[in-house]
Design a protein around this ligand. Sequence first.
Ligand code: PEP
Ligand code: MN
Length: 364
Amino acid sequence: MLLLFRDQVTQEERDLVQAHVRRITGTPAPHLVEIEGRYVLPLETNKIDREANLFLTSLEAVERILPIKTSYKLVSRLFKETTSTVIVGDGIQSRAVAFGGNQPPRIIAGPCAVESREQLFTIALAMKEAGADILRGGAFKPRTSPYQFQGLGVEGLALLAEARKVSGLPVVTEVMEPDMVETVAQYVDMLQIGARNMQNYPLLQACGRQKLPVMLKRSMSATIEEWLLAAEYIVAAGNPGVVLCERGIRSYDPHTRNVLDLTSVPLLHELTHLPVIVDPSHATGKCSLVPTMARASLAAGAQGVMVETHCNPSEAFCDGKQAISSQDVRDLVRYSHAIAELSYEEGRNTTYEHSAVRPHFIVR
Ligand code: PEP
Ligand code: MN
């Protein structure tokens, strides 16, 4: 259930409703969330009987109570019908890039890890030249082995902020610990929560307390519901700027690093209003497969794609095998423009609304 406050509700009125909810449920009232200027209070359905529902609805400050049956509520399409727009970059230190809504698909590209000033700046300028929208790069790397390169840490964050200045592209990087969220947020435009941390609830909440948008990657073994509930944690903590990123799920065939579950894209458009993007690099683990699966992602309705690229893949500190070339990124940008144009020609105002998504095939 979601309790929707009236427009222009005062602080005292909100406090009074929360006090009533505390009394009725016998538990602390959940955090009040502001979404697009409206205050919303998520309620546990089993704690609000018919009588309590009627009482709360009768309060002056309450517009209505939405009976949302799914476990995730604030991120549900049942709550908000129109696709959300998430803006990355402040338009001053870098350009501002919007995901979702009726925006064209966006391309995020960059190295797996920030390795050095020279490496990052070379790639950043090549990505700007290729027409990518956002620069990625890991400063803190969650590596499977403790002996693998763990990232440059804060030094890497400072290089990302410099690369933003040089290229004008907003930057996204992964944050792994709740205590590091504030530090990372000072350097970048978007926080990334990696697959391994999708269910790190203190981390989700810490990112939820920030103003910066968050890219939430799917855990390698998460169900769609677990993933949406992880997103709900961030939104319920006060941050509505979440972009979901499908990055493949674990399976049995070692030919590819993961299995790219592209069905999740149109499925998520049915279930949630949050923008959805795809990372075909970690999904496939093979540079030869990335461009095709990137195009497939966009054809399936992804509102963006994140790919890894490197100026010298054979020397990369990590994930060199899945790094595509600058030319590949340029081609992908061209394809994304073509797919946006096709949607525009069809006269759709919400480019990737789930009901309207049809496959588009373009031969390059
Ligand atoms: C990454 O994008 O740098 C990364 C580590 O990916 P994932 O969390 O999906 O494995
Ligand atoms: Mn990587």
